[in-house]
Design a protein around this ligand. Sequence first.
Ligand SMILES: [Fe+2]
Ligand SMILES: [Fe+2]
Length: 327
Amino acid sequence: MTIQKTTTTTEQKFMPVQLDAIRVDSVLSFDVFINVNNNLVLYRSADLPFTERTKQKLIENNVDKVYITTDSREKYQSYIEKNLNKILHDPKIAEEKRAGILYETSTNLVQDILSRPTYGENIKRSKDLVENTVGYILKGQEAFHSLLKITSFDYYTYTHSVNVCTFSIALAQQMGFYDQEFLFELGVGALLHDVGKSKISERILNKRAALNSIELEIMKKHPKWGVDILTETDDIPEASYYPILQHHERGDRSGYPNGLALNEMHIFSKIVSIADSFDAMTTERVYQRAVDTFPALKMMFTINGAYDDIALKAFVELMGPKGLSAL
Ligand SMILES: [Fe+2]
Ligand SMILES: [Fe+2]
């Protein structure tokens, strides 16, 4: 293997990416580095084509991860988003790796959305991503279970958004909704359901103690703020606004912002409220230990009338027994 010595200084920071995510016969807009005896060296510079042979050499040397500079993260992210559809349907890439690339791409994208939620381009990107996610989950059980295995159990708004989007699409499918348009509109709302939290300070979001009444009032504004933010660009489907506004509504009228009853909630909201509550319970938070899948599902059943019965039963079916074993 010919290795060019890198001229990088020690200040440069790198991040690993899956070799599988790099398509052959494309000119990349970023340099690719490899790890040689714990030194990162330039393997392919941005202006040279990344050919089958270039990739094959790495595979022969058991390399499955390559590195890019953190400065080129944005370029890499847009490259992956453009190629995501091909990657997700490439039979040469193992199912878990495909799921891993989808999850990583999604969480990076949601991070971008939360830092610039009113930027139209970010909304367009999230719609493309949901379309890919719907297509991927519709491929079948194996795809969803691969995603489930890598679902992060540490709570961050961005990983949470991706988890809720995944669970919502899979739950709708379990309930018998296969229409692509339906799943797409639901997925967009689910991915963006907490976008209003971008207006809330980290101090409140990550507070260890219980929130005081003022903080609680601020927190309760995020569904409405999410709608306000997205109305600025008004680039998402009409129906996708429902789960953003209603995901904290509960069928027994104990939710917010409007204390709706179950029959006043949109079907998307019924689905996303289950996915959202489940993910919030089963992930580790600064102020709360994660609850296991079974107790979490049980708790959701005991709150009489809070969740839609049909949707909740379908969710249990979805998570078990194969779903449960994947956790
Ligand atoms: Fe929320
Ligand atoms: Fe949420």
